[in-house]
Design a protein around this ligand. Sequence first.
Ligand SMILES: [Fe+2]
Length: 287
Amino acid sequence: MNVSTTQTPARQHATQFADRLRDAPDRQLAERMGRLIAAVARIVEEERIDREDLRAMIRFLTDVGHASDARRSEWVLLADTLGITSLVETQVTRRPAGTTPNTIAGPFYRMDAPARQDGESISLDGVGELLILTLEVADLDGDPVVGAVIEVWQANAEGLYENQAPDLQPESNLRGIYTSGDDGKAVVRTVRPKGYAIPHDGPVGDLLERLGLSPERPAHLHFRISAPGFQTLTTHLFDGDDPALATDPLFAAHPSLVTRFAPCAAGGFEARHRFILARAQTGQDQS
Ligand SMILES: [Fe+2]
């Protein structure tokens, strides 16, 4: 019996495509392309994709390319807002249950932030509501991680990072590097950050709008925490009162990264948060 006569056109195409790649010099690429085309062919069949659908898809991808330049990658934005970037990040940093989830760093990280003393403020212009964070770095057993390097960066009370608004904010505003003490703790004085919208004036923004998806990120601070013997943790801390928490367009707002900024007696807000690091495995890259 000729099996191909019982196959749908989509399955026939997937089989034919895979057959042609049998002698491909790049085996991994060929196998992945074979599976990709099989998945796409199945969707073409199930969704009864027509010529206009195909033209619309090509137009969209062309627009994404045209919206990209040296300063802006609409392709990265597309991967981010589809949740693919976050999914890959989660997959490549799979860590033991109970450790703090790793997230994407985002585009505003600077590796040259200044060192800060325990309790020192990273708000150089003092604009915004006071926020005092007591951070604790621990291992999975609950023991303190002493001497952990805690890099923090955040948007200001208007939702802007210092490197987005260099004329409006002092250099290195709302950035700093702290070191955890003998108890694994560090106190960060800052101002309460505001959420912000990801760029949505291009084709990805149009797509989000048609899908009813919000470009607004919930208010957050970013952290990168490193210590000898532990995997480096890149993560966020989110404002638990922000209504955009459930719809973070970058899919980074894991429940364990949400905290309450509680009013404090001295005015302003305070929060405590424990980051739990995973031990580095032998021979493993610590990132
Ligand atoms: Fe951010």
